[in-house]
Design a binder for this molecule. Sequence first.
Ligand code: PLP
Length: 403
Amino acid sequence: MSHTAASLRAQFPLLAATPELHYLDSAATAQIHRTVLDAVLHHETTSRANVLRGTYRLAEAADLAYEQARQTAARFLNAGSADEIVFTSGATAALNLVSHAFGATLQPGDRVLISVAEHHSNFVPWQMLRDRCGIELTLIPVSADGRLDLERLADLMGSRCRFIAVTQCSNVTGAWTDVAAIVAAAREAGARVLLDGAQAVQHGPQDVQALGGDFYAFSGHKCFGPGGVGVLWGRAEALTQMPPFLGGGGMIAEVTPEASTWAAPPQRFEAGTPPIAQAVGLAAALEWMMTLDWTVIRAREDALCKRLIEGLARIPSLHLLGPQNGERAPIVSFDIPGLHPHDICQVLDAQSLALRGGHHCAQPLLAAFGVEACTRASIALYNDEADIEALLGGLDCARRELS
Ligand code: PLP
């Protein structure tokens, strides 16, 4: 199978229909693969029914499709079993689920660690938990290049750390987290670990058992799948120990007028009608991803990232937020003093360059860098040299127009 950017790009209907578009915002939402649209259409036109409720053949077909999607997600993550996969509406919903459900097992004074580099969706729910339940929320700082600074990790954990929730890869800097060091420290202290994999999954299948945490969250729309669906993986015994978050149909063992008891995971955490067709579409995206040679794709993504960083380094006064080199995901954010990222992005848009400017839902991280907003280019498997050269040319133009 060909892995050239052109052959991959041709498999994405929107990109195939807009050859002039330089799409460099895949960290926000990746484009949707053709196979996903086919799978959703097929499901909706052959197997549409609610799940876990009907005994007629159509409902059984829907059940089968939904449970097969769960198995696919389990294979993509190398989970211990499909029962460790909870479908949610996205990473944000998965993170809120854990902050509520695990949060319900915490006592006032227990400590939760997150990092300064978190996306707001792994920041705000823990602040809300702190305000609701009196837990202590402690922040892991970042070093000058945006990597998590783990030097004082043991001190930050103290004696009552029960949970560490960190991003696997920053959506602003592309810095990968030293997950092994965090998991080792957490294991020693008897704390659980959640990884926010929202930015990692786009760059290849993951192995939650090798990573070693207890929870893993991601969204379908960032890995070439549909919006409105995401995955929470939880280690079986970690899920079993948690009470439900949302109540409703499908998550109970029994309801009497007086009280309810809970189904076992994953149903315990899937109250109401789940995103069925979206899960089927996500499974199609994950199946497709599992057919790819990620060594080839990552090598190209890394080369494009390197070329972009070299080109940016020639722009006077430009400040790159994040690692200059070393292992990093191809997410490149920068600040050009005197030029607002919104203005930069508008000039770039006129040249069919789609980039995001703003705080990227990471205001604490941007504050640590001393900026309010920045411009971000994120590179995915369908990008090529032409995208990078167009961006560097577009930035020259933006500097001329805006200075
Ligand atoms: N975590 C990270 C690191 C992200 O980059 C994002 C989205 O950009 C999220 C979580 C939230 O994802 P969603 O908005 O799909 O729930």
